[in-house]
Ligand binder design. Structure first.
Ligand SMILES: Nc1ncnc2c1ncn2[C@@H]1O[C@H](COP(=O)(O)OP(=O)(O)OP(=O)(O)O)[C@@H](O)[C@H]1O
Ligand SMILES: [Zn+2]
Length: 640
């Protein structure tokens, strides 16, 4: 019915518009020129006018030489007499009357146009899959044949899988649980960083149980029209109940589920609040026995409204963390099955070199490797493709086309060698895995460190060594080129060293004078000229002390790096030479150089460069972040 009305409306507007245009065109005679009234009268007097058509004040003139003109009668009472005496043929036409219909149409045309635009807009904001109207749910029902994800496709998050395993039994046979009066959770909240497989686990539950799977994103609820979100929620639950047993998966629930009345919640967020309320009402309204399970995902459980987490709602949390080294290997294993892999592939080493990678990152490594292999027309993906893919994702793509003069290259070589040598000579520092002066992404050169196991925390000593090695680049430049030729290449190094030192003092309690307290606010503005202090919650005395402490951490390690490089200046020159020769030097070559020997030539095939490391110790649970791989890069001026 709605559709019919809409089509009639479009038809009216189009026909009306066309008629308007046609009418204008039709009623316009072919005019060559407009004529001044005085010229017209003079033409009449000279007998040059053949015919005049009078329509109200409008005069259409045809001259004896066949030209058409238009002019207006300014109220000349003698005109007709003049024309008659000059023998001009006079015709009168009634002034053009707009028909009633036309008038109505013209006055309503803008209105119709507006209505049309509005209707089109409304139709666009309507549901994609659900058909229906404005407030219809946008939830997508995944086709049965797409529901082929199983638990075996999800790797490296055993705990999470265990926690949700019982849901599969429940969804398979809700009645069985009902009879026993068992309480089945209605809502599960999956918490974890992006790309760790939250969606994947939810789909695997549906896949294992063979039930329908509705998916919607929290941001789909938030519309500009008040009430739409709430009615979408209602509709979604109604739809789900029809298809029970089934799963509703709400991605990014924080888009609707943020704390109500919290900071940053202006009046404009009424809409979201209503949506959230409706969600709570719906979750209370069904008792889990209907066989609908709501799974929501977020990367931040802390911002969610407490009401969402109450019993009977999302009362069960499943943490899906970043995978540890074993998990990463298992995930790589899942994805490598999708491509033809060469016999030399040993995923263990790729897993070791990718701390902080999420499942999605690892899937991407395999994908990129397949692209590398395809580009070089290989039939199989081998270890060097995987290595290249990993490096690309870690450090950006190599830029073979970037032109660097030999002078620039040499400076970069000294810079990177400086990082490398200080890193190798500092206690507790991660081993250097690769040094390169091949531009990558925005970096001109890169020194890659490889932790021997996943890092969950760092010691003070290790952090200080990191600060020292960050300064190694700048110091090497200074030693070789002198104070006025140092470059901005170290800007990112300096930034990171400062950040580390600041965190050591203000967050991690490593300063004896300041004690184990947190100072300032993370991400706050620098406080009154104290670059080391963020936010304004400290007194200026303390701010002063913080600055001094940060300064002393920096100075201490800068000096340490300086001493190391002075003592090893011969190695510095040799390493820079090696970099100029090969552009990239590997771990074994670095070992040679550090031992004071000439470096061996590089191993041709990249995968052989991965020396077999000792098995990483495992079982430590917790967080790791990408910075665990400390690639020290040398970035050009102005780019951070
Ligand atoms: N544990 C895992 N095992 C296998 N593959 C994984 C795993 N985690 C992620 N992936 C891969 O990454 C892709 C993206 O994962 P998914 O969409 O499930 O992440 P997510 O946690 O829902 O992320 P987001 O929070 O960004 O929505 C998956 O399709 C899969 O290919
Ligand atoms: Zn650097």
């Amino acid at each position: 019915m709605k559709k019919y009305l809409f089509n009639v409306l479009i038809f009216c507007v189009v026909i009306g518009g066309a008629y308007l245009i046609y009418d204008r065109v039709k009623s316009t005679p072919p005019i060559q020129d407009t004529l001044a009234y005085s010229d017209f009268i003079s033409k009449v007097k000279h007998g040059q006018v053949e015919r005049v058509e009078v329509s109200g004040q409008m005069l259409s003139v045809r001259t004896s030489d066949g030209q058409n003109y238009e002019t207006f009668n300014p109220g000349d009472g003698h005109l007709i007499d003049d024309l008659l005496s000059a023998g001009v043929q006079i015709r009168t036409v009634p002034p053009q009357q707009e028909t009633l219909l036309m008038r109505i149409f013209i006055s309503w045309f803008p209105m119709l146009l507006m209505i049309l635009v509005l209707v089109i807009y409304m139709r666009r904001t309507q549901s994609g899959m659900g058909g229906g109207g404005f407030g219809k749910s946008k939830a997508k029902l995944l086709e049965e044949d797409k529901m082929t994800v199983h638990f075996s496709d999800v790797a490296g998050c055993e705990e999470a899988k265990e926690e949700v395993a019982e849901l599969v039994d429940f969804l398979r046979d809700p009645q069985k649980f009902q009879k026993l009066g068992g309480q089945i959770p209605r809502g599960i909240l999956m918490v974890g960083p992006p790309g760790t497989g939250k969606t994947l686990i939810a789909r695997a539950i549906a896949g294992e149980a063979g039930v329908k799977f509705f998916t919607i994103s929290g941001s789909d609820f938030v519309e500009m029209f008040v009430g739409v979100g709430a009615s979408r929620v209602r509709d979604m639950f109604a739809q789900a109940k029809e298809h029970a047993p089934c799963i509703i998966f709400i991605d990014e629930i924080d888009a609707v589920g943020r704390q109500r009345g919290g900071p940053g919640m202006g009046g404009g967020n009424d809409e979201r609040e209503q949506t959230l309320n409706q969600l709570l009402v719906e979750m209370d309204g069904f008792n889990g026995n209907e066989g609908v399970i709501v799974i929501a995902a977020t990367n931040r459980a802390d911002v969610l409204d407490k009401a969402l987490l109450r019993p009977g709602r999302f009362d069960r949390q499943v943490n899906v963390g970043l995978p540890d080294v074993r998990g990463r290997e298992q995930i790589l294993n899942v994805h490598i099955k999708k491509v033809p892999a060469a016999a030399d592939v040993e995923l263990k080493y790729i897993a070791r070199g990718t701390p902080g990678f999420s499942g999605a990152d690892l899937a991407n490594v395999v994908n990129e490797a397949a692209l590398f292999a395809a580009r070089s027309n290989k039939q199989e993906v081998n270890m060097s493709d995987l290595e290249k893919a990993k490096d690309k994702i870690l450090m950006g793509a190599e830029r073979h086309t970037m032109v660097m003069t030999d002078e620039d290259k040499l400076l970069t070589a000294y810079h990177e060698a400086g990082h490398c040598i200080v890193g190798q000579k500092s206690p507790d520092h991660d081993a250097v895995y690769k040094v390169s002066i091949m531009p990558r992404g925005r970096a001109l050169g890169i020194t890659m460190f490889l932790p021997d196991r996943d890092q969950y925390s760092a010691s003070k000593r290790k952090l200080e060594s990191q600060i020292a090695s960050l300064f190694g680049g700048r110091i090497a430049e200074l030693m070789i080129y002198g104070g006025d030729r140092v470059t901005t290449g170290a800007s990112n190094d300096i930034e990171r060293a400062t950040e580390l030192a600041r965190n050591m003092v203000t967050r991690w309690g490593f300063s004896e004078k300041l004690g184990p307290l947190v100072y300032g606010e993370e991400g706050g503005q620098p406080f009154m000229g104290h670059p080391g202090v963020q936010g304004s919650s400290v007194s200026s005395n303390v701010a002063q002390l913080i600055d001094e402490e940060i300064r002393s951490v920096i100075d201490r390690n800068y000096q340490r790096a300086e001493t190391i490089l002075q003592e090893n200046i011969v190695i510095l020159h040799k390493m820079a030479d090696a970099l100029m020769k090969w552009e990239t030097i590997d771990r074994l070559q670095i070992e040679d150089l550090m031992a004071g020997k000439d470096p061996r030539p590089p191993v041709e095939d990249e995968d052989l460069q991965v020396s077999k490391p000792s098995e990483p110790s495992n079982g430590v649970q917790g967080k790791t972040d990408k910075k665990a791989i400390s690639a020290t890069t040398n970035k050009p001026a102005g780019q951070v």
